[in-house]
Ligand binder design. Structure first.
Ligand code: XBP
Ligand code: MG
Length: 255
């Protein structure tokens, strides 16, 4: 059987491209709650529990149903949550323009190498398209948006991660088969989603996901590494170098 040839990398965003959850999204949610006059406040610890639900709107509903049942829900709860989420997104994009949250190790290097070697790039994320645009523009410059053939984000699909829909959508828009692509994720929900789309997947853990179940991942790493900053392979395939480069991605697909 012919070896599969790597045609595209599909990146998750939050927790994978950058550690945006604790000091980005969580802070933006709390700013929106405060501005709306709500006494809700998501601590670092509580937010780690709420991250089991992907999607900011869905996360707020989960919070009310499980952690703040005394809150008197308005008749139009979904409208109320949608408005709160728009406010949260405004705060998040403002926070991101401050540039305080950098790309994770190895991300820019792998993106640049992929482009140099003709490997296409795509994004599959639960977050809002606006959030992706501001994060990429802030960290890589506005031109970087054009690096990605597909930016599949947020409500473009009805079922969010761990459902495979967002990855299926990205593959369809890329016009590629899952066997020709590699996903990069950070969480259990993200991995279930990418595996559900039959994608081999590299996981880079972070402080919120280090205890997640990563069964089925091709590789689990502490980060993608740099030539001068070795990574640690926690499980699965190990690259020839102590950092993930395109050759390593090709070897995972070919295997
Ligand atoms: C992470 C998520 C998102 C963010 C919040 O997305 O689940 O919901 O936490 O962003 P991914 P929104 O790991 O798939 O990039 O409030 O815009 O949903
Ligand atoms: Mg993620």
């Amino acid at each position: 059987m012919a070896e599969n040839v790597l045609k595209a990398l599909i990146f998750d965003v939050d927790g994978t491209i950058a550690d945006t959850e604790r000091d980005g999204h969580r802070v933006a949610f709390n700013l929106a709650f405060k501005e709306t006059g709500l006494d809700w406040s998501w601590s670092v610890e509580l937010y780690g529990k709420l991250l089991s639900v992907t999607g900011g709107k869905e996360r707020m509903k989960y919070y009310l149903d499980n952690y703040n049942t005394d809150f008197k829900k308005p008749d139009d709860l979904s409208g109320f949550i949608a408005e709160l989420h728009q406010l949260k997104t405004r705060h998040y994009t403002e926070l991101m323009t401050k540039g305080d949250i950098p790309l994770r190790a190895g991300v820019e290097r792998l993106l640049v190498e992929a482009r140099q070697q003709g490997v296409r790039l795509a994004i599959s994320t639960t977050t809002t398209p606006k959030n992706v645009e501001v994060l990429l523009s802030q960290t890589l410059g506005a031109k970087s948006l054009a690096w990605f053939d597909v930016i599949a984000a947020g409500d473009i699909v009805s079922s969010k991660k761990p459902a495979p829909d967002i990855y299926d959508y990205a593959l369809k828009e890329l016009g590629l088969d899952a066997s020709e692509c590699l996903a990069l994720e950070d969480s259990h929900n993200g991995l279930v989603s990418s595996l559900g789309a039959n994608l081999k997947t590299i996981v880079t853990i972070n402080e919120y996901t280090d205890d997640d179940d990563f069964a089925g991942a091709a590789m689990v790493l502490n980060h993608l590494g740099e030539p001068n900053k070795s990574n640690t392979c926690l499980s699965g395939f190990s690259c020839r170098n102590s950092y993930v480069d395109i050759d390593c991605c090709r070897a995972i697909i070919a295997g």
